[in-house]
Ligand binder design. Structure first.
Ligand SMILES: Nc1nc2c(ncn2[C@@H]2O[C@H](COP(=O)(O)OP(=O)(O)O)[C@@H](O)[C@H]2O)c(=O)[nH]1
Ligand SMILES: [Mg+2]
Length: 290
């Protein structure tokens, strides 16, 4: 790997605090009833949060009012375009802490796991990827179809990027805020296309985009076991087949992007070093930047 990136990575690591300020980014679409449970629980689990950033997608219920009532200090805003991806990009742009936690508002993410994500980051990971399918993980909310689709997509991803993700399509993750430039997400405030089509990275494929870009950049990734709980009220906005196809397209698009930006050589070497890491029994998911 290139010297420059090595030095940059080393410099970043040296500057990282032992006790990072935690920024929690919460995308919401009609989650008022859930926020009444989730926000108090979040504060109770991690009382010393640096900030909570709630990004609303134009809810027709009182989501934002509820967030402000429960958490007067929360940063609240409304996204310009549609989709969870655009919501996250909007939230990321407002982060002032050291660590970013991606946190769903529906009650499915257990805030008691946040310290484990942060511990993975302070232990040296750049990206702490939640996984329901690693030792200690689990899910109360996955159907057979979604599980099979996820497994297939994991395989496609891991072959293409030389990674070992066990749960590509899971949105509970954390990373150092200094890695945000790596993600290079679409400009979050630009209005969307007039015909209503969604921009790349704006939808549920955001999780894949993030995984692919971190993988392609060779950042250090650690999986963190996570137990997904049931959404409390309402129903998911995700459509298994439509969003699954979108994820598949995203992996292909992101692989082409990685190739264009010269990451391909590095990626092929990565596969080898990844296997070496696997054999040595390290718990690093991937050390692409070897
Ligand atoms: N701001 C915003 N949030 C969204 C959008 N779509 C989903 N969300 C939020 O993203 C989180 C996960 O969405 P959910 O529908 O539960 O998907 P699932 O967990 O993958 O089934 C929840 O907090 C939703 O409220 C959107 O278009 N805009
Ligand atoms: Mg959910």
């Amino acid at each position: 790997m290139h010297h420059q990136s090595h030095e940059r990575a080393a410099a970043q690591h040296a500057q990282r605090p032992d006790r990072p300020r935690i920024s929690v980014v919460v995308p919401t679409l009609n989650e008022a009833r859930n926020l009444e449970v989730v926000l108090p629980e979040l504060l109770q689990a991690v009382p010393d949060l640096h900030e909570v950033i709630v990004v609303d997608g134009g809810s027709s219920d009182d989501t934002l009012e509820t967030a402000r009532r429960l958490l007067p200090d929360a940063v609240t805003c409304t996204q310009v375009r549609r989709g969870k991806g655009n919501a996250l990009a909007t939230g990321f742009a407002r982060v002032t802490g050291d660590v970013v936690v991606m946190f769903d508002a529906d009650g499915s993410a257990d805030p008691a796991e946040i310290p484990a994500f942060v511990a993975a980051l302070t232990a040296g990971a750049d990206f702490a990827k939640g996984s329901r399918f690693t030792e200690g993980g689990g899910s109360a909310d996955i159907t057979a179809v979604r599980r099979a689709g996820n497994e297939f997509l994991n395989t496609v991803m891991n072959r293409g990027f030389g990674t070992r993700f066990s749960d590509l399509c899971y949105g509970y993750n954390a990373f150092w805020a200094d890695q945000l430039p790596v993600l290079d997400l679409p400009e979050h405030e630009r209005p969307g296309p007039a015909d209503g089509t969604m921009l790349w990275g704006d939808g549920f494929e955001i999780e894949t985009v993030i995984n692919c870009r971190f993988a392609a950049a060779g950042v250090r990734i650690t999986e963190v076991p996570s137990v997904e709980r049931l959404r409390i009220f309402g129903s998911s906005n995700l459509h298994a087949v439509k969003d699954g196809m979108r994820v598949l397209r995203t992996i292909r698009t992101e692989r082409a992007r990685a190739r264009r930006s010269g990451h391909l050589d590095r990626l092929s070497r990565t596969v080898l070093s990844g296997q070496a890491v696997r054999r040595s029994g390290s718990d690093d998911l991937s050390r692409l930047a070897s």
